[in-house]
Design a protein around this ligand. Structure first.
Ligand code: NAI
Ligand code: MG
Length: 345
């Protein structure tokens, strides 16, 4: 668990790439306004670290997180295809951040659905993200055959199951849906289904537990999200479904995430570095701000997290300050100023 130092929790701050620095600046201003008990150790990763250290995940950054056990991270750009492996995935694996928690809830009414309130709990270190991939060359074509394998372990499935059921109980949730593809990936996702069901037996009297095949689950989420509460799934399905869930509540601009392990936790937005809008000052800072609220809760600063969420709600629904992704025209600065004004009043 992270510890206070002179009253504050030291946190590794990684501004990240693309819109990262813009939204991080906004979040810092809000956290400053509420007097959040954090002190920042700024470090780099991703593209910014490639430029500075020719390494997307430099040792100084890893050492800092190892010390603070807590990080707030802007999105990191990962080149598609060639180039370096994802620094995001490497961070999760280095610190064994096996639980990825991604809530999706309605902030502004009048969207596709009212009152959506879902949480994705995604296994974050195994499955298809282990990086067991390679090409076989044939007759001069270096990419003639591509092979990728996933790995799920009994132990890995058990700990994410225990995390998810405990999370559901602690947070007053009613139901867990186990999402899998055990009809096709019989071993890889079969072991997940089997193990999670087994762990679930200890919780049956307190929680409703059901399971769904991932494709049917995607359809049902789009048709009627109110049928779901907490979803628990493997790494790749969790990545895909959490973006789908963000889409149900108005897009990635309001979707936060936490990566939690035994010895460290990293908080970030679900979205990426958004190169299409980077540098324009129009990004929605709320996904990362909500991630910082999850970090406040992680260190038991619940009241401060509630205050910030209430300010965001008031700004969105009463002041009607909306960034472009929410259908408005407010800039990142205007959104930030509105939230700070609510908090100061
Ligand atoms: P993206 O999430 O960066 O962008 C998808 C779309 O959503 C874009 O149109 C973007 O403008 C919009 N968007 C995202 N965040 C927004 C915000 N806060 N406010 C307003 N609009 C927003 O996904 P994309 O383009 O697939 O990935 C870009 C880069 O980010 C890639 O290099 C990818 O690998 C990386 N990435 C990093 C993640 C992380 O650091 N955890 C997560 C996802 C992607
Ligand atoms: Mg993703």
């Amino acid at each position: 668990m992270p510890a206070r130092h002179e009253g504050k929790f030291p946190v590794t701050l990684i501004p990240g790439d693309g819109i990262g620095p813009e939204i991080v600046e906004s979040v810092l201003e809000v956290l400053e306004t509420v007097g959040a008990p954090f002190s920042w150790e700024q470090q780099v990763a991703g593209m910014a670290a490639m430029e500075k250290y020719q390494d997307p995940l430099p040792q100084v950054t890893l050492d800092s997180i190892r010390r603070t056990k807590l990080a707030l991270k802007g999105p990191l750009t990962t080149p598609v295809g060639g180039g370096y492996r994802s620094a995001n995935v490497a961070l999760r694996q280095t610190f064994d951040l096996y639980a990825n928690v991604r809530p999706a809830r309605t902030w502004i009414s009048g969207g596709r659905y009212e009152g959506v309130d879902l949480v994705m709990v995604r296994e974050n270190t195994e499955g298809y993200y282990v990086g067991f991939e390679h090409y076989f060359p044939i007759e001069g074509d270096p990419h003639a055959v591509a092979i990728g394998a996933g790995i799920n372990t009994r132990a890995g499935c058990r700990r994410i199951a225990e995390f998810a059921f405990d999370y559901a109980l602690r947070n007053g949730r009613r139901k867990i849906t186990i999402v899998h593809k055990a009809n096709i990936l019989k071993a890889l996702t079969g072991v997940f289904l089997e193990t999670v069901r087994e762990v679930g037996k200890l919780y049956e009297d307190k929680l409703a537990i059901e399971d769904r095949i991932v494709d049917a689950c995607a359809m049902q989420l789009v048709m009627d999200p109110s049928k779901f509460d907490v979803l628990l799934t493997t790494n790749m399905f969790g990545d895909i479904l959490s973006d789908l869930m963000a889409g149900l509540v108005g897009g990635l601009g309001m979707a936060p995430g936490a990566n939690i392990g035994k010895d460290a936790a990293i908080f970030e937005a679900v979205h990426g570095s958004a190169p299409d809008i980077a540098g324009k000052g129009v990004a929605n800072p709320n996904a990362l701000l909500l991630a910082s609220c999850m970090m406040l809760e992680y260190v038991d600063e619940h009241a401060t997290a509630r205050r910030i969420r209430a300010a965001i709600k008031a700004v969105l629904t009463e002041d009607r300050v909306h960034t472009r992704d929410l259908g408005g025209s407010a800039t990142t600065r205007e959104m930030t100023r509105a939230i700070v004004a609510r908090l100061a009043s």
